[in-house]
Write a protein that binds this ligand. Structure first.
Ligand code: DCS
Length: 288
């Protein structure tokens, strides 16, 4: 049996339920995180939990736990569920209250939920690369908040799925922003370029790890807005996320990138990223 955390209590996953008037259920009034687990250990836990607190703060939800308490509870959940390779999904909503757009005036307790998923590494795709489509970014202007409201992202991802592609690369006019659930990078003349972390994208934790790797290994990089033209004329393209790691993009809207092969800089970053996982979580063997 798998367990979930509901407001600090570890209970059987199927018993973890919220009221129909939970504001997350009705309005998407809450925020979430997805944290990777390798070898039973959390990867970049502090970074994810810090972002979680920040997202919650930015919509006026204060977490009833410290980051250390949260981390400790998540570790107990991993142990209880015997999770080796997977993810933890967690979300906090403003709480349960009579349906009203404005925040409840009476004091409500936030609903905090966490549970685990078995998720393998996408090893084949990491090796061969994936296809993407382009789509206009129709989302709101606070994409830096990891909000439960994901309709814009879902519509983009669905368009990709219907085209038989892995990801939808979003753009506002000529400016490329990010994927529906990932950050996007181009490599041009050896320089890695990715959108600056502002209100138009989510500041990916994987992005931070990758840029840190670039600065430590003297791989030149720039955080700046790049155009659709830059994207279509890039030497290499890759995307990143908690579950996708550093994933080569080998085709966009039917046009091959780097002759349909993952590029050299992308490969180098993948190797160094794997090393970073291993330094935090131990050696990756077989399916891990
Ligand atoms: N941009 C968006 C819109 C995302 O949803 C995500 C991750 C990222 C970028 C990359 O962020 P991380 O590197 O911190 O993962 N989305 C999570 C999700 O919803 N499922 O898995 C990851």
């Amino acid at each position: 049996m798998k367990y979930a955390l509901l407001n600090g209590e570890m209970i059987p996953r199927l018993e973890a339920k919220v009221d129909v008037e939970d504001r997350g259920f009705q309005f998407g009034d809450g925020v979430y995180e997805v944290i990777r687990v390798y070898n039973g250990k959390l990867f970049t836990a502090n970074e994810h939990l810090t972002r979680f607190v920040k997202s919650a703060d930015s919509i006026g939800i204060s977490l009833p736990y410290t980051i250390d308490q949260l981390k400790e509870t998540l570790e107990k959940l991993i142990e209880k569920n015997k999770l080796q390779l997977g993810t933890i999904y967690m979300q906090i909503t403003r709480g349960t209250a009579k349906r009203n757009h404005a925040f409840p005036t009476e004091k409500v307790t936030p609903n905090l939920v966490a549970y685990t998923n078995d998720v393998s590494r996408p090893t084949e795709m990491l090796c061969s690369g994936v296809k993407a489509i382009l789509t206009e970014d129709i989302r709101w202007l606070r994409c830096d908040i990891k909000s439960l409201n994901l309709l814009g992202n879902l519509l983009a991802k669905q368009k990709a799925a219907e085209a038989g592609c892995y990801e939808a690369i979003q753009h506002r006019g000529q400016d490329v922003t990010e994927g529906s659930s990932s950050n996007i990078y181009i490599v041009k003349n050896g320089v890695v370029i990715t959108h600056e972390s502002n209100h138009l994208i989510l500041k990916g934790i994987t992005k931070d790890v990758i840029l840190d790797i670039c600065s430590k290994r003297n791989i030149p990089f720039e955080e700046k807005t790049f155009s659709l033209d830059d994207l279509m004329n890039a030497d290499e393209v890759f995307l990143s996320s908690t579950t996708s790691e550093a994933m080569p993009v080998i085709e966009i809207d039917g046009n091959k990138v780097n002759n349909g092969m993952p590029g050299e800089v992308t490969r180098q970053i993948q190797t160094l990223f794997q090393r970073e996982i291993e330094s935090q979580c131990g050696e990756l063997v077989g399916e891990s």
